[in-house]
Design a protein around this ligand. Sequence first.
Ligand code: SF4
Length: 370
Amino acid sequence: MNDYVEQAISFYHPSQGKTGKEMTSPDYVQLSTAAAITLGLMPGRMYRVDCTHCLNLLVTYPEGCRANCAYCGLARHREEDREFNARNFIRVDWPTARYQEIIDRVRRGDDKGRFQRMCISMITHPRSGDDTLLLLEQWVKALPHIPVSILSNPTTMERRDLEALKRRGAEIFTVALDAATPEVFERTRGAAVKSPHEWSHYWRAIGWAAEIFGPERFGVHLICGMGETEQEMLRLVQRIRDMGGRSHLFAFFPERGSMMEDWPAVEQGQWRRVQLGRYLIDYAGGRFEKMVFDGKGRLTDFGVCREELEAYLHSGKPFQTSGCPGSGAPDVSACNRPYGDSMPSDIRSYPFSLAAEDVVTVLRQANIEY
Ligand code: SF4
C-alpha cells in the first residue's frame, strides 16, 4: 500500500504560476493519477501494477460540477471545501494539466505505447458538452490510432449531442447511471439531494446510445452497494446486455467529504457475487432468468454448471476492473482504474490479472458454493 504514491500529486504543479481558476477546459483537463504516472507527468509507483492502458481525462471548470450526487467528491455541496480541480473524483486525486501537453507527450511516446484507449469524462456543466467535442476533435486529429470513449452524465444532453460525438470520432459512449434502481437514483442523485438528474432521461440517453453507437459500442457505469439488492443489480445488467451494451461495475467506496461518507463500503460477498454474475451475463452467455436469489435478493445459484463456474472463478477475470476494452481480449478492460474503488490493501476491482493467491482470497470473500 505504501507503494501507492497518492501524496505525490500534491507536489505536482504542471502549470507553474496558474491558479485553479485559470486552468479550465478545453485548454486544461484533469487526468487520473494512474494516467499521470503512466505518462511520466508525475513520479510514483502503484501497488503491483505499473501503468494504466486508458488515459482517463476529466473536463474541469472553476465552478465545478453543478450536480450534487451524494456519493461524489465533485458534488456541488463541496464547492466551499476546495477548488474543483483539487477535489477527488473517484477516491484518488486527479491532477490538472494542459491538454496540448498531454497530446504532445503521447505523440512522442512518453506512455511507451501503453495507452490503448482515451476516455473523456463529462460533468454537469453548461460548457461540458461543447468542450468535450473540442477535446475529441483535437485528439482524433493528432492520435487517430487510439480510440476514444465518452463517459457522460447526460442531464444536459440531447440525441443530437450523441450524434455529434459519433460523427466526430468517438468510438464508445458510456452513461454514468451509477444507481441500479429508480429509488436509489432518486435518493443519491435526484431531487432528494437537490441534484438535477432524472432516471427517465438517463434511460432515454442509454436508448440513444444503443441506436447511435450500436452493439458493443456503449456501456453503463453502475455502483454496487448503495442500497440495491444483488438481484436488482443483475436484472439491470441483463437489461443492458439485451440492448447490446456492457456494464462497468464500481464498488461503492465512501468518499471523504461526500454526503455518503458514513456509508459502509459494499460488503465483500455481495460485491464478488455481483462481479461474477455480471461477467457471466456480459461475456459467458449467462442469463439473469436462470440465476436463483433468496428472499433478500442474494444470489444463491449462478445458473451455470459447476465445471463452468469453477473455470470462470479460477480464471480470475470476473474480478478484474470492468470497463471499455483495449487492444486485447474483449473481456479485459483497458481502463483498469488502479485503486479507484478501494485501498490496495483490500482490492475490490483488480487492476491486473489475478495470481493464484488472489483467486484464493476472492473465493473466500465470495462465499460461493459450487
Ligand atoms: S454528475 Fe458526476 S461529477 Fe457531478 S456530482 Fe454527479 S457523479 Fe459527481
